[in-house]
Design a binder for this molecule. Structure first.
Ligand SMILES: [Zn+2]
Ligand SMILES: [Zn+2]
Length: 293
């Protein structure tokens, strides 16, 4: 194989370590290659000393809770992803879900899955409920009702257990903000992989919502995200990988992992025109505050 082809799929090199350690506020270790130990060690070697492991379905949420119980560097969140809830209700003949193809389970199956999320949310190593929210990109109109019902249920679970709420919002800004307002947002709410613009960042700031930026803030076509980074209050900013997705430039398309966080931190510091250490100090404190660890 020519070496340039191999490079395109290879793990990006280790970035220069951060001097001030931060957390990856949203990652999926269970979808990355290598062991958890390897991933954590590689991340720690560049100053990413903490990760928030995010559950997307029942099995993934159980795994997140087990992994957080095993490693001090890992905190868990648990949820049914906004694209997972409609699959539970309406079935998933294509097997898109990580739990494979399945028959329609109806509202009762969703209730049963939510009961397990509720049980997991009570565990001390589980610091948040999410990712939940709305995704109009992958879920069509037929899944909208189940998706919104699931979102509302997750908000209620987060509030009852006093945990952070982790929002997944894809092409659904207005409805996500509306549902949060109608239900009353939990005290600590995080927009993961923030995808709005500067105007929405002002709305989130007024509501006290945290905004977590992923590697796509480095993409050429993502000026809206850089504008949002520029106007968001420093104390509401978080950083994440959402790995294995959204690998920052110049490694777009190659596998992402928590050790690449320094690239995104530096891009955010450049946008704000502040020192990398000052931003890292704020990000570390903000993530600890948002997730209450
Ligand atoms: Zn997401
Ligand atoms: Zn995610």
């Amino acid at each position: 194989m020519p070496s340039n082809t191999a490079d395109k799929h290879a793990a990006p090199p280790l970035p220069e370590p951060l001097r001030v350690p931060v957390a990856d506020s949203h990652t999926h270790l269970d979808m990355q290659s290598g062991t958890v130990e390897e991933g954590l060690a590689k991340a720690a070697s560049v100053g990413v000393t903490t990760v928030v492991q995010v559950g997307c379905d029942v099995r993934g949420s159980q795994w997140a809770a087990e992994t957080a119980a095993r490693y001090d560097a890992v905190h868990a969140t648990v949820a049914l992803h906004p694209n997972e809830a409609p699959r539970i209700v309406h079935g998933d003949p294509d097997g898109w879900s990580r739990q494979g193809a399945r028959e329609p389970g109806g509202a009762r199956a969703l209730d049963e899955a939510l009961a397990e999320i509720d049980r997991l949310a009570a565990l001390p190593q589980v610091k948040g409920v999410g990712e939940t929210g709305l995704d109009y990109f992958r879920t069509g109109p037929e899944g909208k009702e189940a998706q919104e019902a699931s979102f509302r249920a997750h908000i209620e679970i987060a509030k009852r257990h006093g945990k952070a709420l982790v929002i997944h919002d894809r092409d659904a800004h207005e409805d996500v903000l509306r549902v949060l307002k109608e239900e009353g947002a939990p005290e600590r709410t995080v927009f993961h992989c923030y995808s709005g613009d500067a105007e929405m960042a002002r709305v989130c700031a007024r509501a006290g919502y945290h905004m977590s930026f992923a590697g796509n803030v480095t993409f050429k076509n993502a000026q809206n995200l850089r504008d949002a980074v520029a106007v968001a209050p420093l104390e509401l900013l978080l950083v994440e990988t959402d790995a294995p997705f959204l690998t920052p430039a110049p490694y777009r398309g190659r596998p992402n992992a928590p050790y690449l966080i320094p690239i995104t931190v530096r891009a955010m510091a450049a946008v704000r025109g502040i020192d990398e250490d000052a931003l890292a100090t704020a990000l570390a404190a903000n993530t600890a505050h948002a997730f209450g660890y």
